[in-house]
Structure formats: structure tokens, C-alpha cells
Design a protein around this ligand. Structure first.
Ligand code: GDP
Length: 296
């Protein structure tokens, strides 16, 4: 995760740290290199620009150049700005609701939505002792409902029995009723994906949201798609009331552009990161830890 960005930044900062005194120009030119590193990591241009402007203002305005360890001070300022950019606080799930609290998972096909649904259900069951029911609303892909059922059996989470011929809203209503009658705390809805954000998909998401009134609507996006991931998030956020983002395949993401731009561009917090194919490979997204990982 973030290896190539981390390497680039440590190259820049090693040069600064190795010197006793720094001029304002030294700081400015190091921060220009930071900007290039962010752009190479596929961070959205306005985000990289704002970031570097903010850091430059803090670094040059402060006592950095007169301090005994100016290099370290610059790194600290960059670290704090990274944490700000990533969203400062860990974004928890808000599950206070009359049971069942509905979590709606949305995203494009292949983003890792079904896998992530099962991972999240497992996590809520194990860590928060919640009784979770999962239901797949994907009637477009015949194998989708069965795939969720298989994963459910694997992680020990119940899935709604499959009834052929129902619409997503009908499945959703049946799931709500089953969850209420059987005392489930959480109903996790795995909605249909498509190859692109399109009107039909958005209409379906709205209808499902209206029928289920979710307390969390989580967009699952593939971090490896970089700036596309951020554009997909913008597309969804324009139509559905997203409460957060889950970035998958962070285990293979050496660049980190999606993770770094997501909050600034969409205004939505990253709540979890998918870090592998296994059912335990889902981590809460902690901005300060992520910043620490990037800066090494
Ligand atoms: P969906 O079409 O969005 O429901 O996608 P799937 O859940 O079927 O996932 C597609 C593939 O991505 C599967 O092979 C998953 O195992 C894999 N996958 C999902 N999340 C991650 C992740 O965080 N890391 C890795 N390495 N693979 C993942």
C-alpha cells in the first residue's frame, strides 16, 4: 500500500533531514517535489495543488528555517496536512436505528461489492455482536444472489432465501420484513452493479433507498482505478445520499491517488479499506495511521 508514493516522499525528505539549516527556497523546492510525487501517485490535480499550497504556507510562515531540526518540522507539517486531507477522524458507522438498521452497499460491477458486503457483515457480527441478515438485490446478474449466499455460508452470516422473479424493491421489502420478524439488528443490502454509472442504475438505487431508508449507504470502489474511482464516487454522490466510501484492493495500490483525493473531491469519508481477498481483509480507515504509513 502506497509503496511508490512513500518511496518518492522519503527521497524528498531524506534530503531535507540531512541538512542542518534550510532556507525558504529549500523548503519551497522540496514541496514542489512533493507536488510532483502526489501527481505521480494519481492524486487529483486541484487536491495536490491545495495540499502543497497549504503546507507551504504553514512551513514557510513558521519558524521552520530557524529551527534546529527544520527537515523534521517540514515532515511533521506534511503529516498533519495529510491527515487533514484524509479526513482527520476515523469515520465510524452510525447504526442507531430501530432494528433492523439498514446498510446499503452500492458500486459498479467488479468493484468488490459482494465480497466487501460479506466482509463487513462478518466484522459486525464478530466485533459488535450484531445479528446480521444479508440480501442481494442484484437481479441483473443471475449468479449474484447465489454468490452472496455462498459467501454468507462461508462467514456464518444468514442470507435472505432466494425467490426468483422478484424486483429489487420487492426483495428489499421481503428482507425488511424477515429481518423484523426474526430479530435481526442489521440488514445489509448488496445492490446491483453495472459497468458504468447510468440513469437506470441510479433510479434503482433511489427506489431501494426509498423503500429501505438506510442509515448507511456505502459506496464500494476499486482503489486501483485511481482518479476514476473518485469520478465514480462523484457520480454516485450526485444521485444517492452516500454516507461513506469503502476502497477495495488497497493491498495492491502502490500509488494511493484514490485514497488521497476521495475526501477532498467528494466530501465523503473513507470508512473502510479492503486489503485482500480473504474475509478478514477489511480494515477501518484511520487517517493518522495511513499518513504514518505513507511517510514511513
Ligand atoms: P462485485 O462485482 O463488485 O460484487 O465484485 P466481487 O465482490 O465479486 O469482487 C471481484 C473480485 O475482487 C473478487 O475476486 C474478490 O475476491 C476481489 N476483491 C474484492 N475486494 C478485494 C480487496 O480488497 N483486495 C483484493 N486483492 N481483492 C479483492
Amino acid at each position: 500500500m502506497f509503496e511508490s508514493l512513500s518511496d518518492r516522499l522519503s527521497g524528498v525528505f531524506d534530503k531535507l533531514r540531512g541538512r542542518g539549516a534550510l532556507s525558504e527556497d529549500d523548503v519551497r523546492s522540496a514541496l514542489r517535489e512533493v507536488r510532483v510525487a502526489l501527481l505521480e501517485a494519481d492524486v487529483a490535480l486541484p487536491v495536490a495543488r491545495d495540499f502543497v499550497d497549504k503546507v507551504t504556507e504553514r512551513a514557510v510562515g513558521q519558524e521552520v528555517v530557524r529551527s534546529v531540526t527544520p527537515g523534521q518540522m517540514v515532515v511533521k507539517i506534511v503529516n498533519d496536512a495529510l491527515v487533514d486531507m484524509l479526513g482527520a477522524e476515523t469515520a465510524d458507522l452510525h447504526l442507531d436505528a430501530n432494528p433492523p438498521a439498514v446498510i446499503m452497499m452500492v458500486g459498479l460491477q467488479g468493484s468488490g461489492k459482494t465480497t466487501t458486503s460479506a466482509k463487513l457483515a462478518k466484522r459486525l457480527m464478530e466485533r459488535e455482536r450484531k445479528k446480521v441478515l444479508m440480501a442481494s438485490l442484484d437481479v441483473a446478474r443471475p449468479a449474484a444472489q447465489e454468490q452472496l449466499a455462498v459467501l454468507g455460508r462461508q462467514v456464518g452470516v444468514e442470507t435472505l432465501p432466494i425467490v426468483a422473479g422478484q424486483s429489487p424493491v420487492q426483495i428489499c421489502e421481503r428482507a425488511l420484513q424477515a429481518a423484523k420478524l426474526q430479530g435481526f439488528d442489521i440488514l445489509l443490502l448488496d445492490t446491483a452493479g453495472r459497468l458504468h454509472v447510468d440513469d437506470q442504475l441510479m433510479a434503482e438505487m433511489k427506489a431501494v433507498a426509498a423503500a429501505s431508508r438506510p442509515v448507511e449507504t456505502l459506496l464500494v470502489v476499486d482503489s486501483l482505478t485511481g482518479q476514476d474511482a473518485v469520478n465514480v464516487a462523484k457520480g454516485f454522490a450526485g444521485h444517492v445520499d452516500l454516507s461513506g466510501v469503502i476502497l477495495t484492493r488497497m493491498d495492491g495500490d502502490a500509488r494511493g491517488g484514490a485514497a488521497l483525493s476521495m475526501r477532498a473531491v467528494t466530501g465523503k469519508p473513507i470508512k473502510f479499506a479492503g486489503t485482500g481477498e480473504g474475509m478478514d481483509a477489511l480494515e477501518a480507515f484511520h487517517p493518522s495511521r495511513v499518513a504514518g504509513r505513507i511517510l514511513g
